[in-house]
Design a protein around this ligand. Sequence first.
Ligand SMILES: Cc1cc2nc3c(=O)[nH]c(=O)nc-3n(C[C@H](O)[C@H](O)[C@H](O)COP(=O)(O)O)c2cc1C
Length: 517
Amino acid sequence: MKNRDIEAAWKYHDGTKHSYWSVRSSTHFLDWGNRPLPFKIYPTIEGIALARDVPQTGVAVLAAISERVPLASGDAVPDLRDLARILFFSAGITKQRKYPGGEIYFRAAACTGALYEIELYVVTGDLNGLDAGVYHFNPADVSVRLLRKGDFRGNLTQATAMEPAVARAPATIVCTGTYWRNAWKYAARTYRHFGWDNGTLLANMLAVAGASGLPAEVVLGFVDVEVNRLLDLDTRREVSLCLVPIGSTSESSLPAPREAPALGLETIRLSKREMEFPVMLEMHAASSLASEDEVAQWREAGKQFVVPSSVPGGEEVPLPPPREEEKPKDTIEQVILRRGSTRTFDSTASISLAQLSTILDRATRGLPADFLEPGTQLRLNDIYLIAHSVQGLAPGAYFFRREGKTLELLKHGDFRAVAGRLGLEQQLPADACVDVFFLADLNRILERYGNRGYRAAQLEAGAIGGKMYLAAYALRLGASGLTFFDDEVVEFFSPHAKDKSAIFLLAMGKPLKRKSR
Ligand SMILES: Cc1cc2nc3c(=O)[nH]c(=O)nc-3n(C[C@H](O)[C@H](O)[C@H](O)COP(=O)(O)O)c2cc1C
């Protein structure tokens, strides 16, 4: 079983670390003339337009990101309008901006380099407004395209070894990652970005599905070749990353799996030339699950993964519970439409401890996923912070103790310059009010879950980071995901973070208001 040969994940992780020297010695450059298309286009298939004016849920954003519709709450069947809402607010185009070489179509969720390598597909039974089939979602014309006609949900149920949420879902969204679209800029680090960018998108998807009254969760346990074949993917270019069953039905007569022959559907080339990065193909193959038995083991691993409770070693600052009048009333849809990564933070501004507390609390109340025990909070990642300017919190480095909802002081000091350096020598983390670092004990994760645990750790961080983005914008603050010098991050938070690995970074603060001339 390749998944158990965890040297593969270490090889990929260690081989794609950023350091001061790796960044300076990289020969990779941006070939603007060869910039990949931001959309997957099937030129021979007619699109089925989705309504662009579906009613919004009106659910308050903090509730949407932190509360969950239980699976057992009875029949909850999406119709086409629900699907349109979920797809649009996860991956739809929310803004567009011209630049000298063309136009950038910004999407609902943050994504490294605005390259949008995550594609969405829907595998559905008959719904009100949409016939059973396998569809691809194209945000460019807000439409879905039928790739296979008929009910193929049985194939997903089989591929997930009868995962209950998939078996009961009227429709399942499959998220895929397209290597080249992101690797054009980020080369082999793209495999990490698959988790980050899929994660931020999932934060939106889970929130909007829940706000629509539909249970939804993240399923990483599936036989890869089966799902890839169903979507007719060219797996040297694009691979399935996770499944999100949407809704639930008590209907027990699941369709049997059907033949899913290769379709060889034509798609428009992304670039004149594409480069392959073998380390990513190797990492993917080594973290693939080959049989239903392996899928069952994967789910079992989630039940057995025990998070050691941390023993506070330093002074602890309690996080205040948010006051009712401070709760933002904005809806999940309003906040998704408003969100956009902050490009310059105001280094003279501060946020309150209550705001930081609200963000940490709401974002870490749990991610419904097959690799986590239900109801558990953040699991695979630990949260470390550098606070620069949080009222009521001395500047310094902290560890978020989720059990006690406290911040444990690791060291006092003004670390703005250090944070700028850790965040790949960028100004954003130096000017922010607080930088949130996700670190994971990859030794324990890989030992328990195999290589696929690496996918899960990146994805969990991206999804929690995505929730933090939404919570920050709900509070009228700004945020930006960031990349980092891996080993320097771990060193900075050590000895507390000794033996952990840097996974994800999010800076939060107040956007600098440009003075009007
Ligand atoms: C995981 C992640 C890492 C990012 N890293 C950086 C970064 O290092 N520097 C930066 O300026 N922006 C970074 N961004 C912000 C993206 O450039 C931004 O999300 C993208 O351009 C889309 O714009 P939007 O977030 O405003 O919709 C990152 C975003 C994410 C989600």
